[in-house]
Write a protein that binds this ligand. Structure first.
Ligand SMILES: [Zn+2]
Length: 91
């Protein structure tokens, strides 16, 4: 299984610089993501996505909260066992 890391795709930086006003970069590829969209949780100081069935420890200093993901990236992440949410997780 492919291991996905947040903010780490080869094109991430280039894409994230071009994010449109009012949008945020996709946590995987860095492309513009506007709402409505899907969300993932990032932890490990930005090194890990939170997996399905895992309750993220929001008091962990490495917990970075919810980030937007584009629909294509959300599909890839779901297949890799990463928890994808329809709403921003309250923490
Ligand atoms: Zn993406």
């Amino acid at each position: 299984m492919k291991a996905y890391r947040p903010f780490n795709a080869p094109e991430y930086r280039k894409n994230a610089k071009r994010v449109k006003a009012g949008a945020e970069p996709c946590a995987l590829c860095g492309r513009s993501v506007e709402e409505p969209c899907l969300f993932v949780e990032v932890t490990g100081g930005g090194m890990e996505f939170v997996k399905v069935g895992v309750v993220a420890d929001v008091s962990d200093p490495g917990y970075m909260g919810c980030h937007r993901v584009g629909s294509d990236c959300a599909k890839k992440l779901k297949k890799a066992g990463i928890a994808v949410f329809a709403k921003e997780v309250e923490s």
